[in-house]
Write a protein that binds this ligand. Sequence first.
Ligand SMILES: C[S@@+](CC[C@H](N)C(=O)[O-])C[C@H]1O[C@@H](n2cnc3c(N)ncnc32)[C@H](O)[C@@H]1O
Length: 367
Amino acid sequence: MPSPRVLAAAAAAGAALAVALLAWTVAAGALAPAAAAQLALSVLILAATVVAVAVTRRADGKALRVDARTKRQEAALRRTGEEISRLAATVDGLAGRLEEAGHRRAEVVLAALGEDRMELAAQAERLDRLDAELHAGRAELRAGRAELAATVRQNYAQLEALVDLRALLRPRAPLPALRGWAASPDMLRLLVGRIAAGGVKTVVECGSGSSSVWLGYAVERFGGGRVVALEHDERFARATRDLVLAHGLQDVVEVRHAPLLPWSGGRDGDDGDAVAVPWYDPAALADLPEVDLVFVDGPPGATAPLVRYPAVPVLLPHCTADAWIVLDDADRPAEREVAERWLREYPELAGTAHRAEKGAMVLRRTP
Ligand SMILES: C[S@@+](CC[C@H](N)C(=O)[O-])C[C@H]1O[C@@H](n2cnc3c(N)ncnc32)[C@H](O)[C@@H]1O
């Protein structure tokens, strides 16, 4: 179908041709002008009608095509819509699955994190414990080092004193070990030093043992007097006598067996308490001459806490004016209390503490 413009041109050309033909016919006198005008008008109306019909039909066709295209587009749109819906459903499904997977993963991650956190907390606790153990270990190490250094110093001091004693007194037979139950070398050196200073004739020792022999050597060499060793235990009395004999000191050292008997007395202290403890049988002291040096190393502390207290109340009356009373183990609490009581209750005595492995307290009458 030609376009309306072509159709209009064709109609106009046809109409113009028809009008020209009518004009020629009128000019030729073959047709009256009025009839020719009527015919020309009819031709023009016909041409206009043809153009109008053509235009309308063309508009209809166009409308139909538009309609068909619209329907196709609607169908395409519907399909696209359906496709989009399917895609949306797929996306929804995927999103749901992703979310679910995400949740599961998150749960796994959280669980792992939870386990890791617990493991970390346990590790932190272990670290804290190790840190505390390390601190304690360091403190123990420091204390151990200090103790070791003190032990080394102490051993050297005792060795030095022993070398000194041996060089000075030259024992004639082997001697039992010192320290422990026996007096330590530094205590013996203090006693031997006093004897070596001169003027010591009689030594009384409370508790016999190795010290009895060392004191015997010192008196033999410097004093020319004797040692009376009080021993409450008959077995130890025999053992010390054998030792004395082995060193050829039987004329210098006399070991007296003096069993422990109940004793009570002393000058009542500020608190008015008298001391009641077992002590050596006083019969063992009956014939004692004046005493220059008393070594208080017995009875054993395990007998009673203040078991060494009677030494001063009993022996002080036998002592010379410048006698020394030497208390061994003076660092032990019980012996410290004994020494404090002596000094408190006997104002005529003055005490001097000496450095010694087990502590040494020397008491003398004040001038
Ligand atoms: C401190 S110890 C006296 C030691 C003595 N003065 C000395 O230095 O060798 C006191 C008492 O312990 C007892 N004794 C002595 N040697 C002992 C030993 N090796 N084991 C157990 N007791 C002992 C004796 O009865 C002694 O009188």
